[in-house]
Every structure is written in structure tokens, then in C-alpha cells.
Design a binder for this molecule. Structure first.
Ligand code: FAD
Ligand code: SF4
Ligand code: SF4
Length: 489
């Protein structure tokens, strides 16, 4: 090897920047905030990668990717400018690259394991994934996607969110016939009805779903399993069933005044805006009203989405009320940073006590109390403790409750013998097998509200197990396994 080649590579210390819409402009529109990088920037970013090898005691980027994308291999192709080959490698393992390139919490996943990230900023793996998926959508032809000849096996997928779509894609790639049953008029789950347009344009989700259709996946929309048909009925026509119905049931504070007009769950608010285009009322049928001041209770991605959407709907002040400090905010750092740039006000270490209304029953104020952090709780985060006598009032004409979601109960309620945990999630083993032979589950319905990529990781593991099951390996865990799971969790 030439002397020069042995020298350690000089790394550009920071990621190449992502161009963004100016905060002053973007608070008046629903267009996507990050604009995307060009080909030259993507190649330069890829050149920051050291092409590390995995070792028994050496974790690298791939160890942080729940769907096991071969990251160094696809980045190598970006370095060479071979974008078609790079996205082909990603698609070997990943059915929604344009989505994950945008909303995956990659800072804690792949990029959290990047070797470059030990001393510098990690390689921008998420941005490269987004660049390639966007490049593919623009440049590639949109014909039928090649899949192996049909195996004759049929699988039903209940719920067309990230978990269900991953199962659908992975099993279609193996030649199985997949039918998705989705309750809403579009597939995508939270990607369609929850995450706002300015973070994830719906056109992108539709293009990813269309890719699955082109693989031969059949999709039935407006089809609620548990109402139109049950899982048991599906089992008569399909070789296996996957349940990926998510965690769409909003949690409430149960505080006094929560039923006042103007108080709604984050789910209802975001669904009205995203799915029913309420921001285009009266052009679209669904109205939405935000007052001058909107208070969002909570500190996760859902809360950031509510606070930022409120600004775009024209409120004068959008406030986040969160009971812990900035360091504990569960939202992605990028979302917090975007919210702050757009002018969202953070009222930290404060919790609501009561909602106060006027004589007509409309909310007018939130009574809150200051908190301080005490000892760590079961989640490992320091427990917020009320400071006596520190009550204060915040004006609010709209209050959005974004403190969490629980599993959708309909499928467990209508499927006898499907064991659930104390939290209402479906009890599954490490391969997504449930207490009912032939029925698998994954994503938020099995884990509780989590992330897109964890739901997809669940889908991937379940798809592998379903393939084994429908091709002849009928081994199934003993009932006691699920008895134990349903008591423990
Ligand atoms: P879901 O996405 O909930 O999909 C379930 C699907 O099943 C839905 O389409 C539903 O209509 C359908 N369904 C339900 N019941 C039935 C039935 N009986 N019959 C037929 N169909 C049914 N995660 C991130 O990684 N990054 C983010 O930035 C992020 N932001 C978020 C913002 C918001 C506002 C929300 C709510 C969540 C966010 N998340 C984020 C979390 C992430 O979206 C979820 O963890 C993920 O979507 C879970 O996928 P899933 O497939 O399990 O469920
Ligand atoms: Fe990283 Fe998420 Fe892409 Fe995996 S899917 S490589 S974790 S951004
Ligand atoms: Fe490249 Fe980072 Fe993965 Fe190493 S760990 S191969 S530098 S992306």
C-alpha cells in the first residue's frame, strides 16, 4: 500500500448542512421544513464515512438500525455516485426509506453508533437515506416491482401503519400474497394522520404505499377488523394474520375542566388537520378553530407537532407545558430546535392542575404549578415534584392534550384467546407470536407507543417468523409463555 494511503483519513468534523425554510416564512405554511440536500452534498457527506467493519467488540452504525440496513455498503455506493445501487441496497431491508430518512430518531439509532460520531458529528445517515429515496422517486420509472413467483400462501395484515406495511413488503418480497386491511381511507397510520405535512409530506407516504402496491400487495381501505370481520374469520381464509393496529387511543389528564370546549386530544387535533385538511376549511368540510393562545400539555414529538401546527393555523402564542426540564423532553432534539426557532414558548417544570372556563363552557385558562426534579423514577428520569404555593395561570383558548397514547382495544376485544398485558398491549414473544396460533402482532399495539423504526423492526422480525410458519414450521410457544407475559408487563 502506498505510504499516502496509510495516513488516517482527515474527517470533515461536521455534517454538511441541511437547507431549511426560514422560520419566519415557514410558520405561515405547511410545506416541508428541511428542503433536502443535492447530489454533490450527499456525495461529500458519504465521503465522511470510514467504511468501518463490525467486530465482536466493536459496534458500528448497523448495530443501531432495527431493520438492519447494510449502511456502509449503501454509503460506499453514494461515494461512487451510484445512487440507483445505493437505494437498491437500502430497499433490501427497508420498505419506507423516504419516511425513515425524515422521522427516524437516527441520533439514538444508527448515528448514535457511528464511529465518526465519537469525536465529531456522526455521518448523516438519515439524510443520505432521505436523499436516495427522494432521488429514486424523481428519477426512477414507476412500473411493476419484480417479486419472486407466487408461493400460493396468503397472509392478512390488520393495520396499514409502519409495522403492517413492513410485514406486507417483506412477505411480498418472498412471493407470498399479502392483503392489508386498513380502517382509514389511506394507509400509513400515524405517518398519515399524526405527523404533520411540514415534517412528512403525505405525497411521500403515498408514494411508499404505492411501491408496495406495485409489489402486488392488495390494500382494502375503510375496512375495520373487529367490525366488518374478525381475526378469527380472517384465519379461515389466510395462512397467517399480522395485527399492527397501533396505539391510537389518547390518554387524558382527568383533571377538573378537561371537558370544556376548546380542549382536545392531540390525536383529534392532528387528525383533523392532516387527514381531513381542516386548515383548508371551507374548501374541505372539517373545521378547526384555534384561539389566540394555544397551550399544549406534554413534551414528546406529538406535543411539538401540536404546538408547531397551532402556529401555522394562526395562533398568536403557542406554549408547551411540560413537567420536567429541557434535558428530559422526550421529543427528538431536531423537533425541539425547530419548535424553538419558530417561536414556540416552553413553560418547563410546570404541570397542569385544572382547566378554567367561562360561562359558555369555553376554556379560558390553565391553572398550573411549578415543579422541581426529585429522585429518578421507574423510567430512570428524575421524578417531577410539585413546589407548594407556586400555582400560576396561563391564558388559553385552546388546550391540546399530548401526554401519551394507549393501544387500540378493538382487535384484542373481538379476538377470544388473544392475551393482552396489563397496559392493554397484545402479549408477544420475541418473534411477534401471540397466544393464538397463526396470529402475530407488532408495533405500538405490542410495545405501547414507540417509534416508526421500532415498529418496523417488530414488523421485520414478525415477517421472518410468519414466513417460517406458513412454509411449514408450525412450532408455537406454550400457552404459559403468554400467561406469564400478560401478568408481568
Ligand atoms: P400506527 O402508525 O398507529 O398504525 C396503525 C394502523 O392500524 C392505523 O393506520 C390504524 O388506522 C389501523 N387500525 C387500527 N385499528 C384497526 C382495525 N381494527 N382494523 C384495521 N385497521 C386498524 N415516531 C418516530 O419515529 N418519529 C417521529 O417523529 C414520530 N412522531 C410522531 C408524531 C405523532 C403525532 C405521533 C402520534 C406519533 C409519532 N411517532 C414518531 C410514533 C410513531 O408514529 C409510531 O410509533 C408508529 O407509527 C407506530 O406504527 P404502528 O404501525 O405500530 O401503528
Ligand atoms: Fe438509521 Fe433509521 Fe435509516 Fe436504520 S432506518 S439506517 S436507524 S435512519
Ligand atoms: Fe460509516 Fe459511521 Fe458506519 Fe463507520 S459507523 S461505516 S463511519 S456510518
Amino acid at each position: 500500500m502506498a505510504e499516502e494511503e496509510k495516513k488516517p483519513k482527515k474527517i470533515v468534523p461536521k455534517k454538511y448542512p441541511m437547507p431549511e425554510q426560514d422560520p419566519k416564512e415557514r410558520v405561515h405554511n405547511f410545506n416541508e421544513v428541511p428542503i433536502g440536500q443535492d447530489a454533490q452534498t450527499a456525495i461529500a457527506e458519504a465521503q465522511r464515512c470510514l467504511q468501518c467493519k463490525r467486530g465482536p467488540n466493536r459496534k458500528v452504525c448497523m448495530d443501531g438500525c432495527p431493520v438492519e440496513i447494510d449502511i456502509p455498503r449503501f454509503i460506499k455506493q453514494v461515494q461512487l455516485g451510484e445512487f440507483a445501487e445505493a437505494i437498491r441496497i437500502i430497499r433490501e431491508n427497508q420498505n419506507l426509506p423516504a419516511v425513515c430518512g425524515r422521522v427516524c430518531p437516527y441520533e439514538n439509532q444508527c448515528e448514535g453508533f457511528c464511529i465518526v460520531g465519537k469525536k465529531n458529528e456522526p455521518v448523516g445517515i438519515g439524510r443520505l437515506e432521505r436523499f436516495l429515496a427522494d432521488w429514486e422517486r424523481r428519477e426512477q420509472k414507476h412500473g411493476k416491482v419484480e417479486v419472486p413467483p407466487p408461493t400460493g400462501k396468503k397472509v392478512a395484515v390488520v393495520g396499514g401503519g409502519p409495522a403492517g406495511l413492513t410485514v406486507a413488503g417483506d412477505l411480498a418480497k418472498l412471493g407470498h400474497k399479502v392483503t392489508v386491511f386498513e380502517a382509514l381511507q389511506y394507509c400509513g397510520g400515524v405517518l398519515i394522520y399524526g405527523i404533520p405535512e411540514f415534517r412528512l409530506p403525505k405525497e411521500i407516504v403515498r408514494a411508499e404505499v404505492d411501491y408496495l402496491r406495485r409489489m402486488g400487495v392488495e390494500i382494502h381501505n375503510d375496512y375495520v377488523i373487529g367490525k366488518l370481520e374478525t381475526v378469527d374469520e380472517l384465519l379461515k381464509s389466510y395462512d397467517a394474520v399480522f395485527v399492527g393496529t397501533g396505539a391510537g387511543l389518547p390518554d387524558w389528564t382527568n383533571l377538573k375542566g378537561e371537558n370544556l370546549n376548546g380542549i382536545m386530544s392531540a390525536n383529534e387535533f392532528l387528525t383533523r388537520v392532516n387527514l381531513m385538511k381542516a386548515f383548508k376549511f371551507p374548501e374541505y368540510d372539517t373545521p378547526i378553530r384555534v384561539g389566540d393562545r394555544v397551550v399544549t400539555i406534554g413534551g414528546g414529538n406529538v406535543a411539538m407537532d401540536c404546538a408547531r401546527t397551532s402556529l401555522r393555523l394562526g395562533c398568536k402564542e403557542s406554549v408547551i407545558l411540560y413537567r420536567r426540564s429541557d434535558a428530559e423532553l422526550p421529543a427528538r432534539r431536531e423537533e425541539i430546535h425547530h419548535a424553538k426557532d419558530e417561536g414556540v414558548r416552553f413553560e418547563l417544570l410546570a404541570a397542569p392542575l385544572e382547566f378554567i372556563g367561562d360561562a359558555q363552557g369555553n376554556v379560558q385558562q390553565v391553572k398550573a404549578i411549578r415543579m422541581q426534579l426529585g429522585e429518578p423514577d421507574a423510567s430512570g428520569r428524575r421524578r417531577p415534584v410539585k413546589i407548594p404555593g407556586s400555582e400560576f395561570l396561563i391564558d388559553a383558548q385552546t388546550v391540546l392534550i399530548a401526554i401519551g397514547q394507549s393501544p387500540n382495544p378493538l382487535v384484542p376485544m373481538t379476538t377470544p384467546d388473544l392475551k393482552t398485558t396489563k397496559e392493554g398491549t397484545i402479549a408477544v414473544d420475541e418473534n411477534g407470536r401471540t397466544s393464538k396460533m397463526g396470529v402475530f402482532a407488532g408495533g405500538d399495539i405490542a410495545s405501547g407507543a414507540a417509534t416508526v423504526i421500532l415498529a418496523m423492526g417488530d414488523g421485520k422480525r414478525a415477517a421472518k417468523a410468519m414466513h417460517k410458519f406458513i412454509t411449514g414450521d408450525r412450532t408455537w410457544p406454550a400457552p404459559e409463555v403468554f400467561e406469564k407475559l400478560s401478568c408481568e408487563m
